[in-house]
Design a protein around this ligand. Structure first.
Ligand code: F6P
Ligand code: MG
Length: 444
């Protein structure tokens, strides 16, 4: 077994992990508390005095949580008795064993990935333990607002999609490939619009996404998109009727709002261009990292698009709705996506999910958090190959589409990291740079 570097952690003072735990996470918690408080009247209208009492208790839980974080208290076991509670508590024991018995596992001393996931799970515990408001999504307002603020960009993207959908039959193989590259990049840059890096502040897409691609190209540090194209085309099998049948693409979603629209547009293109016969979307089963997609967000986004007062936008929504109805598209969630594990643990800790993913011909992992989990959120050297950082994770050919928002990056050329450090010291955390990194289980 090769040695693996340590996990990124807030124990390194001044690091991005440290600043996140010290500043960004408490800000997010404060916003959550404000949101619940602002909805007091709504809870009263829906549930009467019981709703108001639940609001007060939830705020009490969350204020305590905020205090635990700010004063670096030991991490507490979960006690909400849900499907994943035991796994979370076992994970805490695992962290305790790694740390040794002398110090308790605490907010600033543990792996950043674990602690950040734990905070979102504790927010959910506070809500769950307080019926009748247990279904309230504390991030819903921010997610819907960010969708509406990106409206012009959504319209221009849907108009673009419908334009080539009408001319699809006239496209040559080269033109098809060019469109694929464009829409893959749109989906890549869509990942800039997440509400976790901005600590819940507005972060929507204003510019027309297609027009900016050319200017953004030089900010893609690793671009394996040709390999993604090859994975798609080589998944095409001759069917009994002589026609070719394309493969199945799984998209492990990240953020709702503009990013989700870019993913749906890409998925629409893959199906209508005959590059995928089926697309499975994987989302979160609880509100997560502020803007991540839940089943409600997925359905809501399609309904909003469908009901839009714009011809091409609503036509796109109609198309997406029918893909869902026909089962060409499907939405799935699994508790593992909201656990703190590195993905190299998936085969052992969530074998059912691993087996499901093995049925895909290509898996697209969207966003920064997925990248952190793919690579274990560790202090890897920048030149370590992506395949090695995956540590055996490879249910199917996979590709990470990620804008850089955490100080981890592997698979760079010699000198590339050093040059970036000199040119732009915040290159790993500003969201200005991106990677398209591919790995196939069959590759050396
Ligand atoms: O807050 C930390 C963080 O994990 C950052 O690494 C990243 O900015 C964000 O949350 C999540 O980003 P994404 O939505 O791209 O997964
Ligand atoms: Mg996210």
């Amino acid at each position: 077994r090769q040695l693996v570097p340590p996990s990124l952690s807030a124990k390194v003072e001044g690091s991005f992990a440290y600043l996140t735990v010290r500043d960004r996470l408490p800000t997010i918690l404060t916003r959550v508390i404000d949101t619940i408080h602002r909805n007091k009247n709504k809870f009263f209208e829906e549930f009467g005095e019981e709703g108001v009492q639940a609001e007060k208790r939830t705020i009490g839980f969350l204020s305590k949580l905020r205090n635990e974080l700010l004063t670096d208290k030991p991490v507490l076991v979960l006690c909400d008795g849900l499907e994943d509670t035991d796994s979370w508590n076992q994970y805490l024991q695992r962290q305790q064993r790694l740390l040794g018995e002398r110090d308790p596992v605490s907010w600033f001393k543990s792996p950043w990935l674990y602690i950040e996931c734990y905070m979102y799970r504790r927010i959910q515990e506070a809500i769950w333990l307080n019926p009748p408001i247990s279904d309230f999504d504390v991030f819903n307002e921010s997610k819907t607002q960010s969708f509406f603020e990106s409206q012009q960009a959504v319209i221009s993207l849907c108009t673009y999609l419908q334009g080539f959908n009408r001319n699809m039959d006239d496209l040559s193989e080269t033109q098809l490939m060019e469109q694929f590259h464009k829409l893959l990049q749109v989906s890549l840059w869509g990942n800039r619009c997440d509400l976790s890096i901005s600590a819940g502040m507005e972060n929507s897409q204003k510019a027309s996404p297609i027009d900016s691609l050319c200017d953004l190209k030089s900010f893609i540090l690793v671009d394996d998109s040709n390999m993604v194209w090859s994975a798609l085309t080589s998944a095409q099998r001759p069917g009994e009727d002589g026609k070719t049948t394309p493969g199945r693409v799984d998209i492990v979603l990240d953020n709702a709002g503009f990013e989700l629209v870019t993913d749906l547009v890409l998925a629409n293109f893959l199906v209508s261009a005959g590059l995928a016969r089926e697309v499975r979307f994987h989302g979160k089963s609880i509100p997560w990292f502020v803007s991540d997609v839940t089943s409600h967000d997925f359905q809501w986004t399609i309904r909003q698009t469908l009901a839009a007062n714009h011809k091409w936008m609503s036509k796109s929504g109609v198309q997406w709705q029918s893909y869902v109805r026909e089962g060409v598209w499907s939405y799935h969630d699994h508790p593992f996506w909201t656990m703190p594990h590195e993905y190299c643990d998936m085969a052992g800790d969530a074998p059912d999910l691993y087996a499901t993913l093995q049925g895909a011909d290509l898996i697209l992992f969207k966003g920064d958090l997925n990248y952190r989990k793919l690579t274990g959120d560790r202090e890897w050297d920048h030149m370590v190959p992506f395949d090695r950082a995956l540590r055996g994770f490879g249910p199917a050919p996979l590709c990470s589409l990620r804008t850089l928002k955490a100080n981890i990056q592997v698979g760079l050329q010699p000198g590339q990291g050093e040059n970036l450090n000199t040119q732009d010291p915040s290159w790993m955390t500003s969201g200005k740079y991106a990677v398209v990194q591919f790995s196939s289980p069959h590759r050396e």
